[in-house]
Design a binder for this molecule. Structure first.
Ligand code: MTE
Ligand code: LUZ
Ligand code: MOS
Length: 748
């Protein structure tokens, strides 16, 4: 089944924040942000801006009626700078004017006096200065110290990983509308309507029941709107509170790139120990996370780095330590994979290092160490592993040895081109690692004409969650999809939502919807039994808009049944709750069972490098992917293809560049290269893993939003192989591996 939004997307009729019809007297906000990464804010002169045409109000920190604070985990993030600036792009003042252009024009007239202080840009410097946002986190399994003493081979090294711009097509934004008696309705481009509601309440001083947040859909979030939509909603809400008028702000691309945080850069150390059979006996890693100027979601991102630091391998002795380092960059945030990919790149680098030194194929080490069911993760959970099956099935279908041979033969006969091949197994835990977040609610109404309206806490951001939720209801009620409509995500209909994140939205909200629909179906079947003359509910089903008894169609249609139930005063609505059973994690011991399940897979990635120019192309990504049993192959394949390309972009071409003063140089699409149609792999082949294991996913259809991104990591290692096949060298584990860096390796 195709995505229910595809028709309106293609026709340009889907409604995003900027398409919401504008209310009378709407004003427009524009932020004036810090030109300096670190300094004392001595004065803000707004007088020239206030005198500009169309300007209604200029807002600075002291005007905020509630608290000047939007930090969710640590209270270290002012909405508007007060006394100090912490990063280039930090909001200082807000101009509110009668049009967008006039607001932007006036914002340029604001004058600030800042006494510049030395900025800290990199994580290790921050750590050396003791600037940690939270205490270090640590996972320990076995005893690495003893284990290293007994290893035949030990290798140590370092990796550098850069950030990544989310580049959602729809930029950040919000639209705040006053409601009676001082309340607010806020339209927001957010993955977390409740997070926005909390932030708005904080900065306005309103109670949560006075603030309604409504989200139709996002033009992409990718984690960038899990927490970072809060600021713009807060700014619009404060402006509405101070002016009494609707206020809208949709960021320009350059404002968005400059003012918002990105994927966290990491600098990491590793030490890997193997025995003579290439079994990894011990692994130590230290992760220095560049968190940026305030906490945001950095601690849980850092924790996920630890959760995934051994990827899909079983290693009996592990010590992994992680540091959350405060720097003067925009606060970095959630990004597809949420720290997991960073952890996985480091173990893959360690394996590549060992393979290179031992003169074996990295795939040999990878294959011999794959996690088996019953193995223990460093955090105590026992694996139900598909690591071996996904590798074996990928190999049976795509023949890794043959792909390697093909590359070797090509390399032997080509003068200037080299092919490289890498295997990339993945293992990604599904559930928010903060157990309380794993809950969701769904509100289902069946109307008397038989149509069904659903609201859940899930936010549609292109990943197709609304399609999956509609499928759940259609299946339970035995209806076709056009009977079902999934409505906006709204905090009045669904309260206390977790953000749509952690790839878990379809599972959590889908299961809540399933429970609600099953409850209503149960009531309807009772009515059907009475209508059909005192039969018992066993054997009664709803399919194809009809009531069936033991598989036999009756004359009783859905619409008549619903109307009759209403006339008999039976409740046709339900509000249901789902909480993932059996999960929990205790940071006191750093052990537990945090994940409902894991998603596994194995990809083979092949590239061709032009060794004169340093350019490369990705020839193929062939993977065997663990869908469980996909409930929507079109949507899930879209997620795999998009995830892979986004992962490739991070590995190869997307280069976030800050200068030594902390100013973003890659601040537009002219200086920040993202994958385009020409950089997409020539072939993406997806083989569904054959497995019939039960899991906690909705209809056994495993979460698919984030895991495929990590197949893209294979591209780095494939390029590295190709480069090493051309000239003797050992490229640093330094992301992204841009054509420029490739060229420097080739001729360096
Ligand atoms: N796909 C599209 N088209 N747009 C997005 O913003 N976000 C990704 C992934 N796929 C995203 C996407 C991220 S970061 C997550 S966590 C999941 O979708 C969230 O949705 P889900 O829980 O429904 O998978
Ligand atoms: N967000 C979050 C996430 O708050 N907690 C998580 O564990 C998580 N994991 C992946 C992506 N987003
Ligand atoms: Mo995704 S990083 O969980 O929004």
């Amino acid at each position: 089944m195709k995505n229910i939004d595809s028709h309106s997307h293609v026709r340009g009729e889907s409604v995003y924040l900027d398409d919401i019809p504008v209310f009378r007297q709407t004003l427009y906000a524009c932020v004036f942000d810090s030109p300096v990464a670190h300094g004392k804010l001595l004065s803000v002169d707004t007088s020239a801006a206030e005198a500009c045409e169309g300007v209604v109000r200029v807002i600075v920190a002291k005007d905020i009626i509630g608290e000047n604070e939007i930090g969710g985990i640590v209270q270290d993030e002012p909405l508007l700078a007060d006394g100090e600036v912490h990063f280039c792009g930090m909001p200082i003042a807000v101009v509110v004017a009668t049009s967008e252009e006039l607001a932007r024009k006036a914002a340029k007239k604001i004058v600030v006096d800042i006494e510049e202080l030395e900025p800290v840009i990199d994580a290790r410097t921050a750590a050396a200065n003791g600037a940690l946002i939270v205490p270090p986190k640590k996972f320990v399994l076995g005893n690495t110290e003893d284990a290293f003493a007994n290893c035949a081979h030990v290798f140590e090294g370092k990796t550098e990983q850069n950030g990544q711009e989310h580049l959602y097509i729809e930029t950040q934004g919000a639209y705040s509308v006053p409601t009676e008696n001082g309340g607010l309705r806020v339209y927001s481009s957010t993955q977390g309507p409740t997070a926005v509601q909390r932030a708005v309440c904080r900065v306005t001083g309103l109670a949560m029941h006075e603030v309604e947040v409504d989200v139709q859909r996002l033009g992409g979030g990718f984690g960038g709107k899990e927490d970072q939509a809060n600021a713009w909603a807060g700014i619009c809400a404060v402006a509405t509170q101070l002016t009494g008028k609707p206020v809208k702000y949709a960021l320009h691309r350059m404002e968005d790139m400059r003012m918002t945080g990105k994927r966290h850069p990491y600098s990491s150390d590793y030490k890997i120990g193997l025995d003579v059979d290439l079994k990894i006996i011990a692994y130590e890693a230290s992760f220095y996370q560049n968190a940026g100027a305030s906490c945001d979601l950095s601690p849980p991102v850092l924790e996920r780095t630890l959760f995934h630091c051994t990827n899909s391998y079983y290693i009996p002795n592990v010590t992994a330590t992680a540091y959350c380092c405060r720097t003067n960059l925009p606060p970095n945030t959630a990004f597809r994979g949420f720290g997991g990919p960073q952890g996985m790149f480091v173990i893959e680098s360690a394996i590549a290092h060992a393979a290179e030194k031992l003169g074996v194929s990295a795939s040999e080490i990878q294959r011999r160490n794959l996690l088996e069911s019953g193995d223990e993760f460093p955090y105590g959970q026992i694996a139900e592993s598909e690591a071996v099956t996904s590798w074996t099935q990928a190999d049976a279908k795509f023949d890794f040895a043959a792909l390697q041979r093909e590359a070797d033969e090509f390399n032997a006969s080509s003068k200037y081109f080299r092919k490289g091949v890498a295997a990339m197994p993945i293992c990604f835990g599904i559930s928010f690692t903060k157990t309380p977040m794993n809950q969701a609610r769904s509100l289902v109404h069946v109307y008397t004409d038989g149509s069904v309206a659903i609201s859940t806490g899930a936010v549609e951001m292109g990943q197709g969650v609304n399609t999956k939720i509609a499928q759940v209801a259609a299946k339970v009620f035995g209806l076709s999809i056009d009977h079902i409509k999934v409505h906006t995500t709204n905090t009045l209909r669904i309260s206390n939502t977790s953000p749509t994140a952690a790839s878990a939205a379809a599972d959590l909200n889908g299961k809540a919807t399933q429970i609600a629909c099953e409850t209503i179906r149960g009531r309807l079947i009772e009515v059907a039994c009475e209508m059909l003359g005192g039969i018992t509910p066993e054997g009664v089903t709803l399919t194809d808009r009809k009531v069936h008894i033991n598989g036999e169609t009756t004359e009783l249609e859905w619409e008549s049944l619903v109307m009759e139930a209403h006339l008999r005063r039976v409740n046709l609505s339900e509000h249901s709750h789902y909480a993932t059973p059996g999960i929990g994690f205790d940071w006191a011991t750093a052990k537990g069972h945090p994940f409902a399940y894991h998603v596994y897979g194995t990809a083979f990635v092949g590239v061709t490098v032009d060794c004169l120019r340093g350019r490369y192309e990705v020839d193929y990504v062939k993977c065997c992917h663990d869908f469980g049993t996909s409930m929507n192959t079109a949507v899930d394949l879209g997620q795999i293809e998009g995830g892979i390309v986004q992962g490739l972009g991070w590995m190869t071409m997307e280069e976030v560049v800050y200068d030594e003063k902390g100013k973003l140089r890659s601040n537009a699409l002219s200086t920040y290269k993202v994958p385009d149609i020409y950089s997409v792999p020539k072939e993406i082949a997806v083989l569904p893993l054959e497995t019939d294991r039960n899991n906690l996913a909705i209809f056994n259809s495993k979460a698919v939003g984030e895991p495929p991104l990590m197949y893209g990591i294979g591209a780095y290692f494939a390029i590295r192989h190709a480069v090493m096949a051309y000239t003797p060298c050992s490229p640093d584990f330094d992301l992204p591996f841009t054509p420029e860096k490739v060229l420097l390796c080739l001729f360096g």
